[in-house]
Design a protein around this ligand. Structure first.
Ligand code: NAD
Ligand code: IPM
Ligand code: MN
Length: 354
């Protein structure tokens, strides 16, 4: 029996509703694979903030570090500014653990309708590889004359050659591993941003030269957004900076049917630190507390966690169980046009694993 210790941060809003379903699935699939999970639950987030004035305690990173991986629900509360919640909990973890590769697959499962009329199940199968530790999200900047009429805000992007190169190499490696279209698209904006994106483009050309077996294209981010709608089938691996990929991965989520299906992994490929797995979506305050949030994005993220932790068979089973529930089309939450509850969807996945 192998034991995996998972730090669990359910967080806020629907985060607390999707995480229990992912845990049920992990326990069930673990049982079949001689795996046991020790879940260390951390009640960090908005409630912690209301009580203690911070989203997570000092020393939180040290508490997470010994775990094999981190499973996170969502962060964000309508009564606290988003920059306070996210800079207090989610973003510092990605940086502290050097989770520089954010992997966000988008697959149109058979049985799920895309809002685009043309693609059918299986036609869209892409993965957004997002630089996750620097770029536009670098915590560099400040206010001058704060709160005065002449106030000034400076928010500086930081692009390093090391940062660009490692995420691009990672993307090319994924294209080889996936062995599908063997294509990498790089997302740029060097027509307007003549420093950061010029370094990005030059680095992409240099890295691409090491992967002659992989086809490449370079797309301006605005054109990429258009092409995600116009020709989503043509994409395989898409590599982009922190902000550009954040935006593109909401587009890729919705063209494969719902935010409720979009999984993600925040990886430290060097494995010095624990990686973190979370759905792409947020705390969805508009539906929180109603028991109708789609738990499949979190369940699929837990599947990605199993893969990262070396139990690929179990990971495949989780994905196959989700695919089977979607193909049946009987049990689904309202975002996919159904009437089922979060818990009923979790149960349907468990039944497919049986
Ligand atoms: P959101 O992803 O929470 O919701 C966007 C829309 O998609 C909403 O209509 C919501 O109901 C729907 N939706 C999202 N996930 C769903 C699911 N699993 N099932 C069914 N419907 C789903 O984005 P938002 O409304 O822009 O942000 C809400 C809060 O979450 C904000 O505080 C934001 O900062 C935060 N946020 C956090 C994360 C994170 O923790 N990783 C990600 C994105 C947004
Ligand atoms: C995501 C989210 C976060 C991000 C926010 C909540 C800071 O949108 O994980 O996609 O932009 O990285
Ligand atoms: Mn986002």
């Amino acid at each position: 029996m192998k034991t995996l210790t998972i730090a669990v941060i359910a967080g806020d809003g629907v985060g607390t509703e999707v995480i229990p379903q992912a845990k049920r699935v992990l326990e069930k699939v673990g049982h079949k694979h001689e795996l046991s999970f020790v879940f260390e639950d951390f009640d960090w987030g908005a409630e912690h903030f209301f009580r203690w004035g911070q989203m997570m305690p000092a020393g939180a990173i040290d508490l997470l570090q010994p775990c094999d991986a981190i499973l996170l629900g969502a962060v964000g509360h309508p009564k606290i500014p988003d920059h306070t919640t996210l800079n207090g909990l989610l973003l510092p973890i990605r940086r502290a653990f050097d989770q520089y590769a954010n992997v966000r697959p988008a697959y149109l499962y058979p049985g799920v309708a895309s809002p685009l009329s043309r693609p059918k199940g299986g036609d869209i199968d892409l993965v957004v590889v997002r630089e996750n530790t620097e770029g536009e999200y670098a915590p560099v900047g400040g206010f001058v004359y704060r709160y005065q009429p002449e106030e000034v805000a400076i928010q500086t992007s930081v692009f390093t050659r090391r940062g660009c190169e490692r995420i691009m190499r990672f993307a090319f490696e994924i294209a080889r591993q996936r062995d599908r279209k063997r294509r990498v698209a790089s997302i740029t904006k060097s027509n307007a941003q003549g420093y950061s994106m010029v370094l990005w483009d030059r680095t992409f050309q240099d890295v691409a030269a090491d992967y002659p077996d992989i086809e490449t294209e370079s797309l301006l981010v605005d054109a990429a957004a258009m092409n995600f709608i116009r020709r989503p089938e043509s994409f395989d691996v898409v590599v982009g900076s922190n902000l550009f990929s954040d935006i593109l991965s909401d587009i890729s989520a919705i063209i494969v049917g719902s935010m409720g299906l979009a999984a993600s992994a925040n990886l430290d490929p060097s494995r010095r630190f624990p990686s973190m797995f979370e759905p792409v979506h947020g705390s969805a305050p508009d539906i929180a507390g109603k028991g109708i949030v789609n738990p499949l994005a979190t369940i699929l993220s837990a599947g990605m966690m199993l893969d990262h932790l070396g139990v690929a068979d179990a990971a495949r089973e989780v994905q196959a169980a989700v695919a089977a529930v979607l193909a049946d089309g009987k049990v689904r939450t309202p975002d996919l046009g159904g009437k089922s509850s979060t818990e009923e969807v979790g149960t349907a996945v468990l039944e497919k694993l049986a």
